[in-house]
Design a protein around this ligand. Structure first.
Ligand SMILES: [Zn+2]
Length: 214
């Protein structure tokens, strides 16, 4: 079995996780309880962990009335959640296309990668021999992560869940241990690992960093 063939066997599980992420987003977006209850939903808490969305006061002068309602039209948080959901649909679209997955050597920009999408997007999602060295959870996680990159080059590695990553403003800067946690929302919603880790949390109930030996 080639690394690509192995990856294809993990796609149904990756789709399941992404489906669970979409279901969770639907639940929060369509929540019809009180606005104050949204903050305590486990799904919303997970969205805060990975995408750093926050429930600010609703806009406008009718704050007091709106506080009793769930999301209202024009709510910036709702717009962000819908954007995240749309991106998960795009991730599902990538996972549905077997032909984009190809075998490739772990060389150049993919030298240490189990899978990668070339910086210059060429319609491929490359699986390297290193893919065979990691466990099933990691093999699935990386498919979601790379499918996020596949959406377009706005999707980058601004911060990894394991606390490393490039500084969006200064790629030469040292990595910071709190980077993933403190990543501003505008970067978090374009961060590949945020999509991967929210999906694994919703799909498997796993809220921890997956190591190389999973
Ligand atoms: Zn990446």
């Amino acid at each position: 079995m080639t690394p690509r063939e192995k990856a294809l066997t993990n796609i149904p599980e990756a789709k399941k996780w992404v489906g669970a992420a979409v279901t969770a987003l639907n639940f929060v977006i369509g929540f019809n309880g009180k606005r104050s209850e949204i903050d305590n939903l486990p799904h919303f808490k997970a969205l805060k962990t990975h995408f750093h969305v926050s429930l600010g006061p609703p806009p406008g002068v009718v704050d007091r009335l709106l506080r009793l309602l769930p999301f209202v039209d024009g709510d910036p948080t709702l717009a962000i959640l819908k954007d995240i959901r749309f991106n998960y649909f795009s991730i599902l679209g990538a996972l549905a296309r077997d032909s984009i997955f190809i075998d490739a050597p772990a060389e150049g920009e993919g030298a240490k990668a189990t899978a990668f999408v070339p910086q210059r997007r060429d319609g491929t999602l490359r699986i390297t021999p290193l893919y065979m060295n990691v466990g099933q959870l990691n093999q699935t996680l990386v498919l979601v992560h790379e499918s996020a990159h596949f959406i377009g080059d706005a999707f980058q590695d601004f911060a990894y869940r394991d606390r490393t990553g490039i500084d969006p403003n200064d790629p030469t800067k040292e990595v910071e241990p709190r980077k993933y946690i403190d990543l501003p929302v505008q970067f978090a919603i374009r961060n590949a690992d945020s999509y991967a880790y929210f999906a694994v949390q919703m799909g498997k109930g796993i809220d921890r960093i997956l190591g190389q030996e999973e």
